[in-house]
Design a protein around this ligand. Structure first.
Ligand code: SAH
Ligand code: ZN
Ligand code: ZN
Ligand code: ZN
Ligand code: ZN
Length: 436
């Protein structure tokens, strides 16, 4: 279990580590320890330290040395200068090393001579780094799943229609990219975006005002105070330019760690306004699977989940309903008033006047629950015994005294549910998820 960011926490290459404790059946057991905030796979970062461990001077020095050695070989500033030189090159001299994922200047060609490279890198390619770079898909750390054009376009139209002129893009490089290229192409398009992401490869394409190397699990700005200041400045709503934060974190991530960072970003926004935002929250879209609804609402009670299905290019399973193999479970959570979030009717979404929000076509308004209860887009059915709507594939089991899959074993499994910690069911069947 995560105990959270702790003052004076030791650092790994990904910034301050988080404090954890081993739990068994919901109770804390054993010593607390620090582990990497960003990597859930020991292979990616094996940082570990007991909370009460005495670390020798020598080991501290070695750790600092190691952390330095793990930082990228060029600074963001250097990358910006390199980019300036790169765009001056004729097309025939513009190479991108696919192995090192790096733009190459002619003097460096030799060093990469046995690497695969792309030549004749066009300006259009430089403006679409998310297409040029390969997605870092390793599930446990980066989990880089890029929006389809449909979803990205929808998000952008939605937020511009709502009147936002600034977008804090936290882990949404493709949205950032779409905003940047539209702004460069269309004079009347006056939306700006700042990308915060842990993927440092993006620093090759964006200036310090457009990209900050950031870890959203511990709110760490790798660029230090200057980068933090860039972010703070961006959040100042000068000339009435309203800002919204859009984030699409790795789904394997720790919700409590994310929530803690997002609250810090919200606080940053609140502090920028001299007159105060009269207790308003910074508007936010948090894109995450529907089965995390109750976890997100625990931290952000003002949020609600929209029915819109967000889908991805490089995710075989999370594709759009009609064309993909399966419906995407990914939704938009927002603190904006639900009725303002207009979903496309041509994709089957319709407005429920009772719920005052757009719902998916299969989502029927249940008279007993008095709400449109489907979470996954299919029509759910009401169970009088459970007193709530459940998935269409479920039935009421008299043994378990709840609705569950037809095929289940009534005997308790010893590994508890990922969501509520109770034994007997898996995350997907957790009764606490469908609270209405
Ligand atoms: N759908 C989005 C991408 C989401 S994938 C789009 O198309 O724009 C998750 C993103 O979060 C990736 O860009 C990844 O690099 C970033 N990310 C992963 N771990 C992170 C961390 N600890 N801090 C900040 N960003 C992170
Ligand atoms: Zn780490
Ligand atoms: Zn190379
Ligand atoms: Zn309804
Ligand atoms: Zn039931």
């Amino acid at each position: 279990a995560l105990l959270g960011p702790a003052p004076g926490a030791p650092c790994c290459p990904h910034g301050p580590a988080l404090l954890f404790v081993k739990t068994s059946q919901g109770t804390e057991e054993g010593r607390r320890f620090y582990a990497c905030s960003a990597c859930r796979d020991r292979k990616d970062c094996n940082f570990f330290q007991w909370e009460d461990e005495k670390v020798s001077e020598a080991r501290l020095a070695a750790r600092e040395e190691y952390n330095r050695s793990q930082q990228p070989c060029f600074t963001h500033r250097q990358n910006v200068d390199r980019y300036k030189n790169f765009v001056l090159l004729p097309l025939s001299k513009r190479r991108f090393c696919q192995e090192c994922q790096q733009l190459l200047l002619p003097a460096e060609w030799k060093k990469h001579s046995d690497h695969q490279f792309l030549s004749d890198v066009t300006t259009a390619q430089l403006k679409s780094p998310s297409q040029l770079l390969y997605p870092l898909e390793n599930k446990k750390t980066n989990a880089q799943y890029l929006f389809t054009d449909r979803s990205c376009q929808f998000l952008l139209n939605l937020l511009t229609d709502l009147g936002f002129r600034r977008v804090l893009s936290v882990g949404t490089p493709r949205l950032h990219e779409m905003i940047q290229s539209k702004a460069a192409q269309e004079e009347e398009f006056n939306v700006r975006s700042l990308l915060l992401d842990i993927d440092f490869r993006y620093s090759q394409f964006y200036t310090e005002d457009e990209f900050c190397h950031y870890n959203m699990f511990n709110h760490h700005f790798f660029g230090g105070e200057a980068a933090r200041e860039t972010c703070r400045k961006f959040l100042c709503e000068e000339n009435g330019e309203r800002v919204i934060m859009v984030t699409d974190p790795p789904f394997g991530g720790l919700v409590e760690a994310l929530a803690s960072s997002f609250k810090k970003l919200m606080a940053m926004w609140r502090e920028t306004e001299k007159e105060g935002h009269d207790n308003r929250e910074m508007p936010m879209f948090w894109i995450f699977p529907y089965f995390f609804e109750s976890r997100i609402l625990d931290f952000f009670p003002s949020f609600s989940m929209m029915d819109y299905q967000v889908d991805y290019d490089n995710h075989a399973l999370y594709k759009h309903g009609k064309t993909g193999r399966r419906q995407s479970p990914v939704r938009i959570f927002t603190n904006l008033t639900p009725h303002m979030i207009v979903l496309p009717e041509e994709e089957g979404y319709r407005f429920c006047t009772v719920c005052q929000r757009y719902v998916s076509s299969g989502n029927q308004h249940c008279e007993i629950c008095n709400s449109c209860t489907s979470k996954d887009g299919r029509r759910w059915k009401h169970c009088v015994l459970c007193k709530k709507c459940v998935k269409p594939s479920w039935f009421h089991c008299d043994n378990c005294k709840c609705c569950t899959l037809q095929k289940h074993s009534c005997e308790k499994t010893d590994s508890g549910c990922f969501v509520c910690g109770k034994a007997g069911h898996k995350r997907s069947a957790c009764p606490s998820l469908s609270r209405s």
